[in-house]
Design a protein around this ligand. Structure first.
Ligand code: SF4
Length: 504
């Protein structure tokens, strides 16, 4: 049975305690039945000055559930204590009314995570709460650090005791071991010592901090809202879609290399790093972020629409219908259809109730996988020349099943169009990707992939087309390493970034 992990919760001993009513261990995630989808690893949230900070954080995490479905946690602070509860499962499964009631305070941070399975999954769920020489600190982190070699050992030699194997805890231990006299100086110094991707929120008993790495790999935005007491609540979220649920107003993105502090003195900010070229993750615009979010200064919906339009300009084909692979292919397909003048039809229907709740032995789930998730609308497809729009091909197994499914529904031709270039390299910055050997585009030509997936034609969006679509009128520097192999950080030893490859 899955359990909750309690730390510093009034009236509850620190330890794993309590049990969820569902045995998550026996559930299979059929939404990724073939392991053929990329996973975002985390979403983070912070709330400052709200009478029910835990519930606001819960709502925001609910809006960020797409960024990670395996574990979630909320830590709250009331000026004196810092309580933390985390567990395995969906946000709504973990945080019942009873559980939320155990989290008092006007400040909170939250985290939702896609994690690889294993014994350490609950322990490595976040927020991580550490009682350090600088006082109690809780941290929630989206991204992956890449220069860990030696840092952990050095800290352990200096007396650090690590509770987890998560690289996020290294940031807290660096803070604890900093010789700087103020906490904000210690945090700034610590963040400047680590490299890689981090959008983090941190909390002490009376302050909230939010920061992004100098390249700005992952999104993080600040918002504000009026709270029921008439005061102003400051909110941080991985994506702006969470602000809508809270009725908060979007204020701005946290800048790459910026550290923001919120305390009773208000909001203050400093740059802990500068002069580094921006490398925000372009895949956030292709696939991970929600289309109703504004990230890196641009609406995701606008980017995906532009990707679809450009894809139509680059690789249009005579057809009767444009059909998205739902849900993530929908916006690009709308752009493709408008640009090409070919009608858009929902020829594949996604079952939204499949996911964590389908209990089957793993092999049977694999066999059922795509059919459980998607079903063709035969009257829309039979006899038609179909252009399918999807956002990526990872291993190729799912794409082949979908092409077969559409052909099996009577389509006369099936053409597959992908709204980004071929994925040829693994991600080291917080996205769980298969190894290069398992990425079909790293090992086969486009024509070989077309034959493998049994499509009549296959085309990908060009890199320039993708960059233009994700930039619009803005001057944004993007990471495109999974399409080019050109990594924005110094090359790292794969053994140093185990979390990114452990799920292979
Ligand atoms: S390698 Fe790809 S998925 Fe990873 S940060 Fe860069 S663009 Fe994003």
């Amino acid at each position: 049975m899955s359990r909750l992990l309690f730390q510093g919760v009034p009236g509850v001993a620190d330890a794993t305690a309590g049990q969820l009513t569902t045995d998550h261990c026996s559930l299979s995630t059929v939404s990724d039945a073939d392991g053929d989808t990329l996973h975002e690893e985390c979403g983070v949230v912070a709330i400052y000055n709200h009478p029910d900070a835990a519930r606001q954080t819960y709502l925001a995490l609910y809006a960020l559930q797409h960024r990670g479905q395996e574990s979630a946690g909320i830590a709250t602070a009331d000026g004196q204590n810092l309580a933390n509860i985390k567990g395995m499962g969906l946000v709504s499964e973990i945080f019942t009314d009873d559980v939320l009631a155990k989290l008092p305070g006007t400040m909170a941070i939250g985290h939702t995570r896609y994690s690889t399975t294993g014994d350490s999954a609950l322990l490595n769920a976040q927020p991580i709460r550490v009682d350090s020489t600088k006082g109690l600190i809780a941290i929630a982190h989206n991204g992956n650090l890449v220069n860990l070699g030696g840092l952990r050992e050095r800290l352990e030699r200096d007396g650090a005791y690590f509770q987890t194997t998560s690289d996020s805890e290294i940031i807290v231990q660096l803070i604890a071991h900093s010789r700087k006299t103020t906490l904000v100086d210690a945090i700034a110094e610590s963040l400047s010592q680590v490299d890689g991707a981090f959008s983090i929120v941190m909390m002490t008993r009376d302050r909230i901090f939010a920061a992004r790495d100098p390249r700005g790999f992952r999104p993080l935005s600040m918002g504000r809202m009026k709270n029921p007491d008439g005061g102003e609540t400051i909110v941080f979220s991985s994506e702006s879609c969470a602000f809508d649920l809270l009725r908060a107003e979007f204020v701005r993105d946290i800048l790459p290399g910026e550290l923001v502090m919120v305390s009773q003195d208000g909001v203050t900010s400093r740059q802990f790093a500068s002069g580094v070229e921006q490398a925000s993750c372009i895949f956030e615009h292709v696939y991970f972020a929600r289309p109703d979010s504004r990230i890196f200064g641009r609406w995701v919906q606008e980017s995906r629409d532009a990707m679809g339009r450009q894809l139509a300009r680059e690789s249009s084909v005579p057809a009767d219908v444009i059909v998205p692979v739902p849900d993530s292919g929908v916006t690009a397909a709308l752009g493709f259809a408008e640009e090409s003048g070919v009608p858009f039809r929902m020829g594949l229907i996604r079952n939204h109730y499949v996911g964590r709740t389908f209990i089957e032995p793993e092999q049977r789930v694999r066999d059922f996988g795509v059919r459980l998730k998607l079903n063709p609308v035969r009257n829309l497809l039979a006899g038609k020349r179909v252009v399918l729009i999807d956002d990526s091909i990872i291993r190729g197994t799912t794409s082949r099943k979908i092409v077969r499914m559409v052909r099996g529904a009577g389509a006369a031709e099936v053409h597959l169009r992908i709204s980004c270039p071929p994925t040829i390299s693994s991600c080291f910055y917080g996205i769980d990707t298969p190894s290069k050997q398992e990425l079909i585009a790293a090992n086969k030509s486009v024509e070989e992939i077309r034959r493998y997936i049994e499509a009549d034609s296959l085309a990908y969006l060009s890199l320039d087309g993708l960059l233009n679509a994700a930039r619009g009128d803005l001057d944004i520097g993007y990471c495109t390493a999974c399409f080019t192999g050109n990594y924005p950080t110094k090359w790292v030893d794969v053994s140093e970034i185990q979390p990114a490859v452990a799920a292979v």
